[in-house]
Design a protein around this ligand. Structure first.
Ligand code: SF4
Ligand code: FES
Length: 242
């Protein structure tokens, strides 16, 4: 079938603002949007800018907005966004991050937030002779949070970031939760200043847009709420010990 990809373009060398360009192309319903973009780049316009790497939903490079939803282009089939042919599929860069070129965004602000929560195991106690053991049940407490591929889809989907660009954002909280809930980790107090700041976990208002956008089915909103409860429990225990 014929579809039209309406792609938002921006070339920092020549454009003062973004514009939309239509590409008419034949596509199979079972093709992925990434395949269609690659054909456009190869045969219609070699200047089209987008990121991709693994092409199998693993690297997180090709997150973009497709018909207004944050998705991975390599995990989105043509038939899911254009069913009847001759349809226009809107392709735009992720929101809340500066556009570098066409569909490529600068993820610096996203990764700064990710690093700010210290996304690594913190435990200053001397390790046991073999390894720090963990039961399967303890491991399952944060299982989905280990699946993040840092694609930034949740960051783009988050309505809070529209109003408050300093909000820590969903993915950083998920990364913090992944270690806070890890029975081997002792870094709660080190992460607390970032998480408990006014722009930390608290601006989240449970819109669930991040959870809907996540290509790895991470229960993001649930994990944010669990992190809030951990902070509240810590504060309660501190005031009881005074
Ligand atoms: S939590 Fe999900 S949507 Fe957000 S960066 Fe990780 S994989 Fe992407
Ligand atoms: S190209 Fe790696 S996730 Fe899509």
């Amino acid at each position: 079938m014929d579809i039209i990809l309406k792609i938002r373009r921006f070339n920092p060398e020549t454009d003062t603002e973004s514009r939309y360009q239509d590409f008419r192309i034949e596509a199979e319903p079972d093709e992925r949007i990434l395949d269609v973009l690659m054909r456009i780049k190869r045969f219609q316009d070699g200047t089209l800018g987008f990121r991709k790497s693994c092409a199998h939903g693993v690297c997180g490079s090709d997150a973009m907005r497709i018909n207004g939803k944050d998705r991975l282009a390599c995990k989105t089939l043509v038939r899911d966004v254009a069913q009847h042919g001759e349809e226009s599929v809107l392709i735009e860069p992720l929101r809340h991050l500066p556009v570098e070129r066409d569909l490529i965004v600068d993820q610096t602000a996203f990764f700064e937030r990710f690093r700010s929560v210290k996304p690594f195991l913190i435990n200053k106690e001397p390790p046991p002779e073999r390894e720090r053991l963990q039961s399967p049940k303890e491991r399952m407490a944060f299982d989905d949070a280990t699946n993040c591929i840092l694609c930034s889809a949740c960051f783009s989907a988050c309505p809070i970031l529209e109003e408050n660009q300093s909000f820590l954002g969903p993915a950083a909280v998920v990364q913090a939760f992944r270690f806070l809930a890890d029975s081997r980790d002792k870094g709660f107090e080190e992460r607390l200043p970032v998480l408990n700041a006014s722009d930390g976990v608290w601006p989240c208002q449970n819109h669930f847009e991040c959870t809907r956008a996540c290509p790895r089915a991470i229960k993001i909103t649930k994990r944010i709420n669990e992190t809030k409860r951990m902070i509240e429990a810590y504060q309660k225990s501190q005031s009881e010990n005074k």
